[in-house]
Design a protein. Structure first.
Length: 248
């Protein structure tokens, strides 16, 4: 764990820390994929449901799929990795440093664990929007009575997430770009490092002079200064404790 000690030492000296998280963090909370043994959900490839075209073609099917995911996320609990990231944010704040969490996850488990400075790169499942007017609403935390659910302006409600073929919000991209201007440690946790534009943030952080660290079950194509291999639920608590001890 020499790398862990080196990263912990770097974190202690850091004035600005940015964390990028991906699906690997949420997977350790046991969120179901709803896929069968054949990799399909009711005969459909879930990845093919995550497009505007699929919603246009069959809004009821896509709505039901995302409603199931919404309720599963609501039933899941933040895990030790989520908690460690929230603790890291508190440590940075207590020391007068800066912190930002950029997440590709849409389940809001980070916020439930206590993270506050969160940029949702891919949106979230809690908020939905009218597919015609784009007006956002927050449905009740119970299964939809019908699929699709009517929106406030005559359209159907769709999840406020970024589907394949859609652009990340300008607000999220601007927040991520701003964070790269002041971070001196960039942690990338539980991502495949292949989904752009989020995957490109690692290289941009390195180019800006940040120390880059990957926490993942296995190495990814990302070029980083340090790799901490293992479950995020194990590695991150150890890292935060090594850097700051138990007290926030």
């Amino acid at each position: 764990m020499d790398d862990l000690k080196a990263v912990a030492s770097t974190l202690r000296r850091a004035r600005g820390v940015v964390v990028l998280t991906g699906a690997g963090v949420s997977a350790e909370s046991g969120l179901p994929t709803f896929r069968g043994d054949d990799g399909l959900w009711r005969g459909h490839d879930p990845a093919r449901l995550a497009t505007p075209e699929a919603f246009e073609r069959d809004p009821a099917l896509v709505s039901e799929w995302y409603d199931l995911r919404r309720m599963a996320a609501a039933a899941a609990a933040p895990n030790a990795a989520h908690v460690a990231i929230a603790e890291l944010e508190r440590h940075m704040g207590a020391a007068g440093g800066r912190f930002a969490l950029l997440t590709q996850n849409v389940d809001r488990l980070h916020q439930r664990a206590g993270s506050e400075r969160v940029v949702e790169l891919h949106g979230n499942l809690v908020v939905w929007r009218d597919h015609r007017s784009a007006r956002r609403v927050t449905p009740e935390p119970s299964p939809f009575p019908t699929h699709p659910l009517p929106g406030p302006d005559g359209g159907w409600l769709r999840p406020d997430v970024v589907w394949f073929g859609e652009y990340l919000s300008e607000e999220a991209l601007a927040a991520a770009a701003s964070a790269l201007t002041w971070c001196d440690v960039f942690l990338v946790v539980g991502t495949s490092a292949v989904v752009y534009p989020a995957a490109g943030l690692v290289g941009r952080a390195a180019a800006a002079g940040a120390v880059t660290v990957e926490v993942n079950l296995a190495a990814t194509p990302a070029h980083v200064d340090h790799r901490l291999t293992g479950p995020a639920t194990v590695v991150l608590p150890r890292l935060v404790e090594a850097a700051f001890g138990n007290a926030a």
